[in-house]
Design a protein around this ligand. Structure first.
Ligand SMILES: Nc1ncnc2c1ncn2[C@@H]1O[C@H](COP(=O)(O)OP(=O)(O)OP(=O)(O)O)[C@@H](O)[C@H]1O
Length: 859
């Protein structure tokens, strides 16, 4: 067992566990005691399998035992019950009481059981490892069944007690150690059954009844006897066989005994080993409990540790999650910021790229237009040349005619000259005679020479006097010119109505009337849009305006320039002159100011020619030109180098002493040749910020200012002059509701409108100053002093600083300068509202009187 235990600990522990669950000790003792009870103490209990095989058979006999109770149990191997009065001996007695000749404990109707038990004993032997041998042949079983059937038919002893014979034929009584040896095999010889004489004839069977009146048949004694005889024979045969069985059973019994002795020894060993195992079991249980306790403690410790670790892990997780979340948020914010930055940068780049492209496009188209215009002009000049040549030819023809007549006259003169020559010869001869006479009189000759010299000096003095007089006349002319300009007003307003440019003539035009006049036209009448009054009547308001000059659509730039050429002269004379074109977008400002035959090139040409003329009077001029634009309240250099990727920041600086304005880092060109003009204009136009708006395909989105500084020096008189000519092409004024622009265009439009409104404010403030008798006339230097150039001071506040444009033109607007404003009018009906607004603005300017212009310092 111990070996088994050590070999198979798992089975042991399993058995141990199962035992512990089901009161192991009780079960074990039950098994052992049951076994002891059945086979006797000291016998090794069979294995599980064997015990199942040896389990109490559920035979009929077992059933009988069960019904009879414990007192009917047969004697055990230990013979504890062997001596009972109910033991097998008693049952033998009971059997022996049977009238049959054998004394076996075979019940009458249990013979079949006897026979059936034997194979079961045989099976038991097999289970116990005993030699197997069939105890009964097959035929015995057949005969037994016959006997049983026969016995069942016995009616002699129908009341034979079946249950009073408890002994099992198969249950061979086990001899107790103290039991005396079995008696010798009894010898049995059955007595012959008394036979009825064979000679007695069998009477024919007659029906005999018990009584005379009974229906019951009476027994036939002969038949009964025959039956008894057969039965007797059978019993004898069976007895013999039983005796043989008995001998065999004894042998088996002996074998059992030795087996039982062995089993007893084994049981003892097992008991000892069981005790040892119990001890071991107890120790193991104790250890197991200790181990369980330790395990429990360890488990608790582990659980606590796990809890701690979990808590720490949770905290760690939470902190990591927190940090990750904050990292994520930060990264998201960074990412968003980067995206915003990238977006902004891309938009800037896009905007820059677009403006560059637009500029390039504008440049190309401008160059194309310029080329075209140049060619047209060339063509015109060629035509002009042809015309001139024709005229020249005509003139030459006339000259020829004249020369011919002159020739005739000369011939006649020659004839007369011949006559004269003769006369002259005569007179020469006379003079010769006179010389001879004079030579004779030297003194009188010297006197004649001195008289001649005197006359010559007198003539030279007279010539100097005349030059001086002429210079005085020039000065006087300038003064008179200036006076004329002053009389015309220091702010003058010209109105120009452009022709309709709609080639299809489908565009409806507004009702603009310019009265025909022999004199210069000064009035304009505009019919406003139809208005419905409160009574539902449609009325049309007529707006009348008067300006210094109104040019109808047929007027060309040359005609207009004639009017302003005197102002250009004023710039040469040392005045600050500002000419600007105002009007809604598409009304013709650029056409008037900056086109090839516009005011700027014409002004430059005039300045060149006049300066040339003045050279003879001792004047030399230096001309410096710069071209800037004010775009979105920032200055841009239009003559800067094309490669400037990063446009420079330009600042406006005013010299309050000399009333000079300079722009930092701006390109200034020395204009010493008339040929430069076109190039300068083309470059400026190409760089100018333009865009297509609803009102104009190439709308100027900035104010362009051409600044020409003229410095003159008279080498004869030593006089100096410094004048500035500002030619301003303002960006188009437009209402946001009309232009329908958005984004960058919207910002441009807002800035344009703001700066135009500032210009109006400055002019208004200058007029106000004059009207209130302020410092009128007024040098902006005076009006800005004391307020750090922000306007105001003693002369009142002039808001020059409110926009870059007015700040730039500070010394060219106001009393110290001569200002001319062109108000441009588009004739289309759709522009009517804006036209009226522009005209009202111009009217306001026109009514403004701004003192007397003064030359800038340096003259
Ligand atoms: N007197 C004119 N005769 C013929 N065409 C003209 C005249 N005035 C303007 N135009 C034409 O009208 C169009 C718009 O003129 P322009 O560009 O000069 O307008 P603008 O007032 O400068 O516009 P913006 O303020 O938008 O720049 C041009 O095609 C120009 O050639």
């Amino acid at each position: 067992m111990s070996a088994t235990h050590s070999r198979n600990p798992s089975s042991f522990s399993q058995s141990h566990r199962s035992n512990s669950q089901h009161s192991r000790s009780a079960s074990t003792s039950t098994t052992v005691s049951a076994f002891s009870a059945s086979v006797g103490s000291g016998i090794r209990p069979p294995s599980v399998h064997a015990s199942s095989t040896l389990a109490r058979p559920k035979s009929s006999l077992a059933k009988q035992r069960a019904t009879r109770g414990a007192d009917t149990r047969p004697a055990t191997s230990l013979g504890t019950r062997g001596g009972s009065q109910d033991g097998p001996n008693k049952r033998m007695v009971s059997v022996s009481k049977f009238p049959l000749p054998f004394g076996a404990r075979v019940p009458v109707n249990g013979s079949a059981c006897i026979q059936k038990r034997l194979p079961r004993s045989f099976s038991n032997n097999k289970a116990l490892g005993l030699p197997l041998r069939p105890l009964l042949p097959r035929r015995d079983a057949l005969s037994t069944s016959t006997i049983t059937a026969d016995l069942a038919d016995l009616s002699l002893c129908p009341e034979t007690p079946k249950s009073t014979h408890p002994g099992s034929p198969s249950r061979i009584p086990r001899p107790s150690p103290r039991t005396p040896p079995a008696p010798e095999k009894p010898s049995f010889t059955p007595l012959p059954f008394p036979k009825i004489s064979a000679t007695s004839p069998l009477k024919p069977k007659k029906e005999v009844f018990l009584t005379k009146y009974s229906d019951l048949e009476a027994w036939d004694p002969e038949e009964q006897y025959g039956n008894m005889e057969r039965m007797y024979e059978d019993v004898c045969r069976h007895y013999k066989e039983a005796m043989e069985d008995n001998v065999e059973a004894k042998e088996i019994n002996n074998t059992y005994k030795s087996t039982v002795a062995n089993l007893e020894l084994e049981r003892k060993e097992l008991t000892e080993s069981m005790i040892a195992l119990r001890c071991e079991l107890e120790t193991t249980k104790y250890r197991l409990e200790a181990a369980e306790r330790t395990n429990h403690e360890l488990k608790r410790d582990n659980e606590e540790e796990v809890e701690d670790l979990k808590r720490e892990h949770r905290i760690d997780c939470e902190s990591i999650r927190q940090s990750h979340r904050s990292d994520l948020d930060r990264l998201k914010a960074d990412h968003r910021e980067e995206i915003r930055e990238l977006k902004r940068r891309l938009e800037d780049e896009l905007e820059g790229e677009r403006s560059q492209r637009l500029q390039a496009l504008a440049q190309v188209s401008t160059q194309g237009a310029l080329e075209k215009q140049r060619h047209e002009m060339d063509l015109q000049s060629k035509d002009q040349e042809i015309r001139t040549i024709g005229m020249e030819v005509e003139r030459l023809k006339a000259d020829l005619e004249r020369e011919k007549s002159l020739n005739d006259e000369l011939r006649q003169s020659l004839a007369s000259a011949g006559t004269n020559a003769t006369a002259m010869e005569n007179s020469r001869q006379a003079l010769q005679a006179k010389i001879e006479y004079l030579e004779s009189d030297n003194k009188s000759q010297s006197e004649a020479y001195a008289a001649m010299e005197r006359r010559m000096n007198e003539a030279l003095e007279k010539a100097t006097e005349c030059e001086e007089k002429l210079r005085k006349e020039e000065m006087h002319r300038r003064k008179l010119h200036n006076q004329v300009q002053e009389l015309k007003g220091n702010i003058r307003v010209f109105c120009r109505v452009r022709p309709t440019i709609d080639s299809d003539q489908t565009e409806e035009t507004a009702k603009i009337t310019i009265p025909d006049s022999e004199e210069e036209t000064k009035d304009i009448e505009v019919k406003g849009p139809d208005e419905t009054n409160s009574l539902g009547k449609i009325t049309t308001k007529t707006h009348q305006f008067s300006f210094d000059r109104v040019f109808d659509p047929s007027s060309d730039n040359a005609e207009i320039f004639e009017e302003i050429s005197q102002l250009i002269q004023s710039a040469l004379d040392g005045y600050n002159v500002c000419i600007f074109a105002y009007g809604q977008t598409g009304s013709g400002k650029t056409f008037t100011m900056s086109s090839d035959d516009g005011m700027i090139p014409r002004a430059l040409r005039q300045i060149y020619s006049t300066s040339k003329e003045l050279e003879s009077r001792g004047w030399t001029y230096t001309m410096e030109g710069s071209f800037v634009e004010v775009y979105n309240e920032e200055l841009r250099d239009l003559l800067g180098k094309d490669g400037d990727n990063c446009p420079k920041k330009h600042e406006i600086r005013h010299d309050m002493t000399t009333c000079e304005t300079t722009i930092t880092d701006v390109t200034t060109l020395n204009l010493d040749s008339q040929d430069q003009v076109e190039g300068i204009l083309a470059q400026a136009m190409a760089r100018r910020s333009v865009a297509a708006t609803k009102a104009n395909e190439r709308s100027s989105r900035s104010h362009s200012v051409f600044i020409l500084k003229l410095a003159g020096y008279n080498s004869i008189t030593g006089k100096k002059s410094k004048g500035t000519l500002n030619l301003v092409d303002l960006a188009g004024s437009e209402r946001l509701s009309h232009s329908k622009v958005e984004g960058a265009r919207l910002k441009e439009t807002q800035n344009i409108n703001k700066s135009l409104s500032c210009l109006g404010d400055v002019i208004g403030a200058l007029g106000q100053q004059q009207a209130t008798g302020g410092v009128g006339g007024l040098n902006p230097r005076e009006s800005v002093n004391g307020t750090n150039g922000s306007g105001g001071g003693a002369g009142g506040h002039i808001p020059y600083r409110n926009s870059k444009l007015t700040y730039l033109l500070q010394f060219s607007l106001g009393g110290n300068s001569k200002t001319l404003m062109f108000v441009m009018v588009a004739p289309e009906k759709k522009c009517l509202a804006e036209t009226i607004t522009s005209l009202k603005f111009a009217d306001k300017v026109s009514r403004t009187r701004i003192g007397v212009a003064r030359k800038t310092s340096g003259r």
